[in-house]
Design a protein. Structure first.
Ligand SMILES: Cc1cc2nc3c(=O)[nH]c(=O)nc-3n(C[C@H](O)[C@H](O)[C@H](O)COP(=O)(O)O)c2cc1C
Ligand SMILES: [Mn+2]
Length: 492
């Protein structure tokens, strides 16, 4: 795909009629978020805001959002035609997630065109939106890749963890313990040392796609991005720490996160990915900003969270591909046989996942659920696992509902609850005291498997030739007869 950064992609979208530049003056205070939501509900264009109230003369004046909520644009970013099927995208992503080309370090790059240090740091120079009227503040990190380095292995990780502007130079962030960034933070906490971080804002959207979804532990997201791009990332060293960041990123915020709770600042509430407003503002670890580097005329990249029926956002569209691909790869790696399809509907973001199997034995569906729930990728997802036979089109709610209606016997182990599991702290169905991240490190999930495969515990008539009653589809020879005689019936 060759060299690509955020600007390249905005140009490509514009050429394809997929970008709207908003030149009218708009407010960062709820107005941008409301316009972005309109794009979600209309499957509308990517948006570049060029005239933001109070930011006509600040260091950063523009904001790009709503790039990936439309499948056609996500397909383009993955190198596919706009009408590519979900299945083709999932198969491609399964393959590419397993490849990698390591980055190369270069001496300089556009991200170093402006370097702001120490006392000069002022986050209010950036048009960070208050996306939703109930949000607790202006969110500068919504689609930033947060870079950390594992102090034991030296391995670099990049994950999307949100952050709100606190003071002029502080960003309280939500990095939960089960995430790779959270696991690295725990190592720094043990050593009683601050964790260096770099927040990369605005680059090849493949960065958003990969850093917002859980690749296996120890896999460096930069390598996988290189694989997707079919060329290594060019990375530059940060000014104030030894982290590496893409050389043509729009903005990089460098700093450190202190594990001492005395340094924590309130974050939230925030319109969550679940489509519900988050709870009260909570004290969170803080990125203390030491330096910001940015391109000339930088573009802030951000996104609005929260999926609703008929209103899919960027995370949900990405998740419908990535979370299915990741689940499928986990099932393969765990040696679960007979996986025919894995489907994630964008509206659940992967909270629900459907798996169609070519059933090999009774208990096969339980193996599917156990493999998924044991994985690190399950920390925010895969709460409800629905398993069907492979005659069911799991991408179709009607098919799924039919299978659940007639192939589920709740009293016979077809509904299995896996209680007290780790899970998302943002799920409003979990009582508040069971998602106190400060105390529990995670939210508590009572996960459920719905085994909607045909049971093998049943003895149908031997002449039926199977383990379950056949369906009422006509016999093939009867279909042939009717086809042959069709014109005689006088029914067109
Ligand atoms: C737009 C967006 C916002 C996200 N916000 C958060 C967040 O605030 N905290 C968090 O732990 N994960 C968040 N995630 C999910 C993580 O980015 C995702 O689980 C990813 O796997 C984290 O990287 P890691 O696996 O290397 O830890 C968000 C994802 C997206 C796409
Ligand atoms: Mn990771």
């Amino acid at each position: 795909m060759g060299f690509a950064d955020l600007r390249t992609w905005l140009d490509r979208f514009e050429a394809a009629g997929e970008l709207k530049r908003i030149k009218a003056e708009v407010s960062w205070d709820r107005e941008i978020g409301t316009i972005a939501r309109r794009s979600f509900t209309t499957n509308g264009p990517a948006l570049l805001f060029e005239n933001i109230k109070g930011h006509q003369d600040t260091a950063c004046r523009r904001l790009a959002t709503a790039l990936l909520h439309k499948r056609a644009r996500l397909a383009m970013v993955l190198g596919f035609p706009a009408d590519a099927s979900v299945r083709d995208l999932v198969q491609y992503v399964r393959q590419k997630n397993r490849e990698g080309i390591p980055p190369v370090e270069v001496k300089n790059g556009p991200v170093k065109e402006n370097i702001i240090r120490g006392k000069d740091v002022d986050l209010l120079q950036f048009p960070a939106p208050k996306w939703h009227f109930r949000d607790g503040g202006r969110y500068i990190l919504t689609f930033a890749g947060i870079v950390t380095r594992d102090p034991d292995t030296g391995c670099i990780n990049m994950g999307v963890y949100r952050g709100m502007i606190g003071q002029r130079n502080t960003i309280p962030v939500l990095i939960v313990a089960s995430q790779h960034g959270g696991q690295t933070f725990a190592k720094y906490r043990q050593r009683k040392k601050p964790m260096p971080v770099a927040a990369v804002i605005g680059y090849d959207p493949i960065m958003d796609f990969l850093s917002g979804s859980p690749l296996p532990a120890g896999v460096c997201e930069y390598d996988v991005m290189g694989g997707y791009r079919e060329e290594p990332l060019q990375v530059v060293r940060c000014e104030t720490n030894d982290l590496l960041v893409p050389a043509s990123a729009e903005i990089v915020i460098e700093g450190y996160v202190d594990p001492d709770p005395k340094t924590f600042e309130p974050e939230g509430c925030f319109g969550e990915y679940t489509g519900h407003t988050g709870d009260v503002s909570t004290p969170r670890p803080v990125i203390k900003v030491e330096c910001i580097t940015h391109r000339n005329e930088p573009i802030l990249r951000g996104t609005q969270e929260g999926t609703l029926p008929g209103s899919y956002n960027e995370n949900s569209m990405m998740s419908s591909i990535q979370r299915a691909a990741i689940a499928w790869n986990i099932l393969d790696q765990q040696g679960v046989p007979g996986i025919a399809n894995v489907h994630v509907h964008p509206v659940t973001n992967g909270t629900n996942v459907c798996v169609a199997i070519n059933k090999r034995y009774q208990g096969h569906a339980k193996q599917v659920a156990a493999a998924l729930w044991g994985s690190g990728a399950a920390s925010w997802r895969y709460k409800h696992v629905v398993v069907t036979d492979d005659d069911i089109d799991i991408s179709n709610y009607e098919h799924l509902d039919w299978a659940i209606a007639y192939r589920v016997n709740a009293g016979k182990d077809d509904i299995v609850v896996f209680p007290g599991s780790f899970g998302s702290p943002a799920d409003p169905s979990t009582p508040l005291e069971e998602r106190d991240v400060g105390k529990l490190g995670s939210g508590i999930w009572n996960r459920v498997l719905i085994d909607a495969t045909r049971t093998w515990m049943y003895d149908p008539k031997p002449e039926w030739g199977g383990r379950f009653p056949p369906t009422v589809h006509p016999a093939p020879e009867d279909e042939v007869l009717v086809d042959q005689r069709w014109s005689e019936y006088g029914w067109e």
